[in-house]
Design a binder for this molecule. Structure first.
Ligand SMILES: Nc1nc2c(ncn2[C@@H]2O[C@H](COP(=O)(O)OP(=O)(O)O)[C@@H](O)[C@H]2O)c(=O)[nH]1
Ligand SMILES: [Mg+2]
Length: 470
């Protein structure tokens, strides 16, 4: 994809291909109305004279005059449309043959097939939205949870972009001041003192670092997290798995070793997207080849998880099996990933000594949660604990201070690095030209975030992820 020209008129089916109530075919570009007028025959009036933001009933006819479908046409005149161009949206009956045929007629009449994301790309090129907002359109469509949806919508409304712009403006002032100092030495401008320079940079740096720091939480919002259930056989992992999913997904039985494979399912916990994995109980004594394979999968799941739920049976005392699993868990997980300790079967008479569990896990008394998959006791608490852990990474504090995309985080990190180099050069009293080069580099990173400057390659990377028709 490398279409940066805005001269063509583009068309695409904007709804998923398949049967449904209606389908929408979208057209945008300078010839939109003249192309549509050749094939759309309104019940009343003339399409080219309709005013913007109106809807019209009529027929689509092919070149032989045959009726293809009865449709509604919505009309948007530039610049008041999604793309900023003349746009028409044809709502047809929702069927594969109909939509393909309408698109064919549009192409015959002079439109070109749109590339993935080309409507949104045009919205960007025409200045309707900036690049961070364009990315938010995709994130909104692909949101896997309610929290992801909210974060994307916030970014689409421009709050993150405003943040980037204000950082850019602050930096621009410093840059302009130093440029002027260099360009007009005869004007006797004052260049900053070390102290001034530092205080001006420190504020910008702090804010950018804050945004970088918000990425961990942001990527959780966007991508969700992986939670793994671990514990020796028969403590109730599969029962908890089913209880959290609210359906019987995993086999549960009183026989140890029922789960032989790692099962993964997606669910929402307090609005977050969570991939939950039930594991075959870890135990080094697995004998059969199938059990060995299950164990292998469990070990792999351990490495990829963001959070662990370690289960023990509260109606029995802690034993060697519990210990072995915990040791495996501790050594198999990435060290910064938290473990929540759960005492299951709280509906039965307690036999577990809390001190033993605390000694083994290092968890405080408040950190061991009593649950029962039978009565659902403690499950709400468990969900809240998980949410609290997810939210422990902080947003940067300001409105729109949430970075969810790796591209943004990387650019901000590079900008921080460049500012650091600029400050070092300034303090070492190197030629101001060197200082300015790095300030310019930081500035360009910020400008690229919102798309004030961009390469065709960057646009290709961003928009190729979109679907056709968006
Ligand atoms: N009383 C009681 N029994 C439970 C509870 N959770 C699981 N069980 C029982 O414990 C046994 C093992 O459960 P399962 O989920 O297969 O354990 P897993 O091997 O860890 O996956 C089954 O007979 C379950 O019915 C609970 O909260 N209370
Ligand atoms: Mg099981």
């Amino acid at each position: 994809m490398s279409n940066i020209s805005l001269e063509d008129t583009i068309a695409a089916i904007a709804t998923p291909l398949g049967e449904g109530g209606i389908s929408v075919i979208r057209i945008s570009g300078p010839e939109t109305f003249s192309i549509a007028a050749k094939m759309f025959h309104p019940a009343k009036g003339n399409l080219e004279q309709f005013s913007s933001h109106t809807i019209h009933y009529g027929e689509i006819r092919d070149r032989d005059g045959q009726v293809v479908d009865q449709v509604l046409v919505s009309l948007f005149r530039a610049p008041h449309s999604y793309t900023g161009e003349d746009v028409i949206e044809i709502s047809s009956h929702g069927g594969l043959v109909i939509t393909k045929k309408i698109l064919d007629v549009l192409i015959q009449e002079g439109a070109r097939h749109a590339e993935p994301g080309e409507f949104t790309k045009r919205a960007f090129l025409n200045g309707k939205i900036d690049l961070a907002q364009a990315e938010a359109v995709l994130d909104l469509i692909k949101a896997k949870s309610d929290k992801a949806r909210q974060a994307a919508l916030d970014q689409l409304s421009g709050s993150l972009s405003r943040h980037f712009k204000s950082l850019k403006d602050d930096l621009m002032k410093i840059y302009a001041h130093m440029e002027a100092y260099l360009d007009f030495p005869e004007e006797h401008l004052e260049v900053y003192s070390n102290q001034e320079f530092h205080s001006k940079f420190a504020a910008i740096n702090r804010e950018m670092s804050g945004l970088v720091g918000s990425f961990k939480r942001g990527s959780i919002l966007r991508e969700g997290i992986s939670v793994v259930l671990a514990g020796k056989p028969n403590v109730g992992k599969s029962s908890l798995f089913n209880a959290l999913l609210a359906r019987d997904r995993a086999l549960v039985s009183e026989f140890p070793g029922t789960t032989r494979d790692a099962l993964e399912e997606a669910l929402e916990i307090q609005g977050f997207y969570v991939r939950l994995t039930d594991t075959a109980g870890l135990s080094s004594t697995a004998s059969s080849p199938v059990d060995q394979m299950g164990m292998e999968r469990t070990r792999r799941a351990l490495k990829q998880a963001d959070l662990f739920l370690y289960l023990v049976d509260g109606s029995a005392s802690l034993d060697e099996g519990d210990r072995l699993v915990f040791e495996e868990l501790k050594s198999g997980r990435p060290p910064d990933r938290p473990i929540l300790v759960l005492i299951n079967k709280s509906d039965l008479r307690p036999a577990l000594r809390l001190e033993d569990l605390q000694r083994l896990t290092g968890a405080g008394p408040q950190e061991c949660l009593k649950v029962s998959t039978k009565t659902r006791e403690g499950l709400d608490d468990l969900e809240k604990r998980i949410e609290a852990l997810l939210l422990s990474g902080k947003p940067s504090g300001k409105e729109g201070g949430q970075v969810t995309r790796l591209r943004h985080k990387n650019a901000l990190e590079r900008a921080c690095g460049a500012l650091g180099r600029a400050e070092e050069a300034f303090v070492r009293q190197e030629s101001l030209e060197f200082v300015i080069v790095d300030i310019k580099a930081a500035l360009d990173e910020l400008r690229e975030l919102i798309g004030e400057i961009y390469s065709e390659d960057l646009l290709d990377v961003i928009f190729s992820e979109f679907c056709i028709g968006k």
